[in-house]
Design a protein around this ligand. Structure first.
Ligand code: AMP
Ligand code: ZN
Length: 466
């Protein structure tokens, strides 16, 4: 049974979906004004780990991610570059998915752009208006937080006194808990030179928070299972999503709120504004592999901060290389027929340990420890020749199960094709003819290493697999 820490209840809870065997999950996506950094990808790869583990447990997952393609920064930068909002955000949306998929993430079932959902956002604001949660000021519409009893239930942020009126409201989407809770903007009046939509609420554009309420409920219904984001989204973004959604529908919005902790650099959050960040592309340019970056970002449990260093990444690089070599050797080993029961049992116990760790609030560090111990034990069984044909299949299947969740082993190189073997043999014959015995011996050793036996017959050189 999967147990997961729920920010809303402040407790580890058993995961019980609304509908048996199904899991609906919404992940707050990137704001596409620039390349995402690997701190952002820590959160998105955690979401990928969660979706993959839900599938491992047998759930049919419906994973929805949004693209925030309108906000102050996006507007400013698109104007600077002389591009339309759509053209500008398409550039960084495409880069984002290139990087996300290069980092081994599976595609979400739905990807929704905020600016394609303006009517749904207006619809929610109208419902909030009808329920007495809003007021209008200078063409903008605000959510009055003291009309919503549950305000603060996710972040546990307390607000004092009567938070009403123009002096207490904020137009900006970004404010911090220490600034106290404020009435927040649902719909922003158009400013000169900015893109706007002409709607029932007047000329303007949506606030950031309303985007996610509209898209998540459209895709997953008014109540759904899981909502994911980085810890910095707990307040105000997710608190405000709850107020808007529940204020409009009168129903509970989300069952499980799951937040990923920060990727840190020398004690500070990796962020664009601090300038202490790497993008995926920066690291590839330095020669690091996507698989090592993925391994590093997934190796710590999501509820713990992870300190990023290049030294740590070098360590991850050698770990994934070792795992890949191990899979390669196991793929190539040529065992005798039969089985060794102790080996099948070891594989089963490893998988059980892996699953127990992941069931325990997705303890990735402990799950990976089970993978490494499995590799170590398999290696020693390979060395002693204990692995038989049926064991080999079971061990490879176990690796596939681990990797359906972590996706870190990489592909084993395929066995050589007959035509490739024949080409090597022809090259060897040619080398012998010109008395290049060094090359001819090299090819013989290479073939022997792959379990290919060469036989000189009166009809010429023959080969067979061992
Ligand atoms: P943004 O594109 O700024 O909206 O952020 C996208 C996601 O990245 C959000 O879920 C953030 O919470 C998350 N995020 C931002 N910085 C970090 C970090 N240093 N470590 C982990 N997640 C982060
Ligand atoms: Zn969101």
């Amino acid at each position: 049974m999967l147990k997961i820490y729920n920010t809303l209840s402040n407790q580890i809870e058993e995961f019980k979906p609304l509908e048996p065997n199904k899991a609906g999950m919404y992940v707050c996506g990137p704001t596409v004004h620039d390349f995402a950094h690997i701190g952002n990808f820590r959160t998105f790869l955690f979401a990928d780990l969660l979706r993959r583990y839900l599938k491992f447990k047998g759930y049919a997952v419906h994973h929805v991610m949004n693209i925030t393609d309108v906000d102050d920064k996006i507007i400013r930068k698109s104007v600077e570059r002389g591009k339309s909002l759509r053209d500008y955000t398409t550039i960084y949306t495409d880069y984002f998915f290139e990087d996300l998929y290069a980092l081994g993430a599976e595609a979400p079932e739905e990807i929704l752009r905020a600016t394609d959902h303006i009517p749904e956002m207006v619809g929610i604001v109208k419902r909030l208006e009808a329920n007495g949660h809003t007021y209008e000021s200078e063409g903008s519409t605000y959510f009055r937080i003291n009309t919503f009893d549950g305000y603060g239930k996710l972040s546990k942020v307390k607000f004092e006194g009567n938070v009403v009126g123009a002096s207490e409201r904020v137009d900006s989407d970004e404010y911090e808990a220490k600034e106290n809770a404020r009435d927040f903007v649902l719909w922003k009046a158009a400013k000169p030179g900015e893109p706007f939509w002409e709607t029932e609420l007047g000329k303007g554009r949506p606030g950031w928070h309303i985007e996610c309420s509209a898209m998540s409920m459209k895709a997953l219904g008014e109540t759904f299972d899981i909502h994911v984001g980085g810890v910095d989204l707990v307040f105000p973004h997710h608190e405000n999503e709850i107020a808007q959604s529940e204020g409009a529908t009168g129903k509970p919005f989300v069952k499980y709120w799951v937040h990923a902790e920060f990727l840190m650099v020398e004690g500070q959050k990796m962020s664009k504004s601090l300038g202490n960040y790497y993008t995926y592309r920066d690291l590839v340019e330095k020669g690091y592999s996507a698989r090592a970056i993925r391994y590093l970002l997934l190796s710590a449990p999501h509820h713990k901060q992870l300190n990023f260093t290049l030294e740590g990444l070098r360590g991850a690089e050698s770990t994934v290389a070792r795992l890949n070599d191990f899979k390669q050797r196991l793929t190539e080993v040529q065992p005798e027929e039969g089985s060794t029961p102790a080996i099948a049992r070891m594989a089963e116990l490893s998988l059980k340990r892996f699953e127990d760790a992941m069931d325990d609030d997705l303890n990735a560090a402990e799950a990976l420890a089970a993978v490494h111990d499995f590799a170590r034990e398999t290696n020693s069984s390979m060395a002693s020749g204990a692995i038989k044909s049926e064991d080999k299949a079971a061990l490879l299947a176990t690796i596939d199960r681990f990797d359906s969740v972590f996706n870190i082993f990489g592909e084993a190189k395929k066995e050589m094709l007959d035509s490739e073997i024949q080409a090597l043999i022809d090259e060897r014959q040619a080398a012998r003819k010109v008395k290049n015995f060094a090359r001819s011996d090299e090819i013989r050793d290479q073939l022997t290493g792959m379990g290919i036996i060469l036989e000189d017959t009166k009809d010429g050189m023959r080969w067979r697999r061992k």
